[in-house]
Design a binder for this molecule. Structure first.
Ligand SMILES: N[C@@H](CCC(=O)N[C@@H](CS)C(=O)NCC(=O)O)C(=O)O
Length: 234
């Protein structure tokens, strides 16, 4: 059994997709980020960076429990555990990891900044707004070029790289992008969205979206004093 600490956000969705695709048995624990549950000392013990997703696999290496944080590491861990969605052939494996790390180091963080400066910043800071919107467009172009003539990002089959990238593309509007400008991304996006495990998951997560309204408390937890206060793990 795997405990998944999650929220209905792109980084959480990656792990939901992997768990649904592999058929591993799991239970979800939704962490309310607006209410500051990510600072709970128990949660910090398994996720010291106060972010979802994190998992506890009760049947980890040697049959002992293990906790894993960072979505890319969770995908890799589950791929190695199941032997699914990460090719073993060395070149295909490197290509999959290249695109997984591309998502973790660039596509995710830059698009996250685009969300922040376009949707959340209390004032419009034109330089930051343009910088992250332009960087988002550049990254979509890189992805579009990669997908030219390919069905999937890393290899000729669906891998953890596709799982990592897809949930971030769902929010293209918030990043100031239109998939019509990236026809290869659009085709791939529709292919991935139509996978039964992905479709099932996305429907379920729509209902679980954190309904917390922006209040002084939720703002402070995510972007203000509480976020930057030192929190102690159990
Ligand atoms: N690099 C991390 C990023 C995780 C992340 O940014 N999680 C966000 C939600 S998508 C979060 O938990 N934010 C809560 C906070 O910053 O306090 C990963 O991929 O797991």
């Amino acid at each position: 059994m795997i405990d998944l600490y999650t929220a209905s956000t792109p980084n959480g969705q990656k792990v939901h997709i992997m768990l649904e695709e592999t058929g591993l048995e799991y239970r979800e624990e939704f962490v309310s980020l607006g209410k500051g549950e990510q600072f709970d000392p128990k949660f910090l013990k398994i996720s010291p960076n106060n972010k979802i997703p994190a998992i506890i696999d009760h049947d980890g290496p040697g049959g002992q429990p293990i906790s894993v944080f960072e979505s890319g590491c969770i995908l890799l861990y589950l791929a190695e555990k199941t032997g699914m969605f990460l090719p073993t052939e060395p070149r295909a494996r490197v290509e999959t990891l290249e695109w997984l790390f591309w998502q973790m180091g660039g596509f995710g963080p830059m698009l996250g900044q685009a969300h922040h400066f376009r949707a959340y910043a209390p004032e419009r800071i034109q330089y930051a707004y343009d910088r992250y919107s332009n960087e988002a467009a550049r990254l979509y172009q890189v992805l579009d070029a990669r997908l030219d003539g390919r069905d999937f990002v890393a290899t000729n089959s669906f891998t953890i790289a596709d799982m990592a990238i897809f949930p971030w593309c769902r929010l293209h509007g918030r990043q100031g992008q239109s998939l019509d400008d990236f026809p290869n991304v659009k085709r791939w996006y529709n292919t991935v969205a139509a996978r039964p495990a992905v479709a099932r998951d996305m429907n379920k997560l729509e209902d679980k979206a954190d309904q917390t309204k922006w209040t002084d408390e939720s703002w402070s937890n995510l972007f203000g004093a509480e976020q930057y206060r030192q929190h102690k793990s159990e």
